[in-house]
Design a protein around this ligand. Sequence first.
Ligand code: NAD
Length: 253
Amino acid sequence: MRLKNKVALVTGAGSGIGKETALTFAKEGAFVIIADINEVMSYETVQEIEAISGKSFFVKVNVTNEDSIKNMVKEVQEKCGKIDILFNNAGISGVGQLHEIERETWQKVLDVNVTGVFLVSKAVLPIMMDQNSGSIINMSSCIAEIGLANRASYAASKGAVLSLTKSMQVDYAKYNIRVNALMPGTIYTPFVEDYLSREPNRNAAIAKIKDRQLSGDLGKPIDVAYAALYLASDESKFMMGTPFVIDGGVVNG
Ligand code: NAD
């Protein structure tokens, strides 16, 4: 059990990568808090953990809302007394070239994907600083380092998360807190299905994604969950402020 006696807070754990990671953490012995804005999907995650270990509960949170985050952290502290692992995973997609994006849409993507990481980390860090331990995993994307068509707001948000991760690591290393970033390629989740369903030619869009990944296929949530598990565990204690790429070998945009 690689996460025995650890308490893990996973945002966006109702779906996709967050859900698979929550299940993986539970299988490795962690108590997992399922933090998400979507109640229905999150209860399914909690039910699946019930069958694994029963060590889980759901907290409804909007990562862009400070009051909601404060309530979440208060509840976790009351019930668990500590937070060892924070996975800042909640995120939304942003499609469009820069000249087409409305300011409101731009702001929404930045609010969830970047400000969400800032606000949740801000609320959790004092607990980790008091403990003098912690592992924070921030969800970036391989798009932070490559150009990809039609993703201006999303790319900007994930680039910001990568920079924020490095800056956080420098500030909190003295508290024995590690902060690393995940950089997935295209992973088949409801998030990607939503994008595909809006493409005029779905099959051509899938073929294009497959074509740019040396793996020849889209990734699965478990591919990222294993990487998150490594960053969450003490096995990665020498990884600090590092981008961890899991992209099936993305070769071009
Ligand atoms: P998903 O849509 O399946 O899951 C995202 C979850 O975040 C959902 O459960 C949703 O309810 C939750 N969420 C959204 N807004 C929220 C908010 N304001 N407050 C709380 N929860 C909120 O998506 P996914 O593919 O599993 O993506 C998870 C993360 O991984 C995202 O940050 C995404 O940008 C990133 N990512 C995904 C891919 C991919 O190809 N799927 C690649 C790289 C990075």
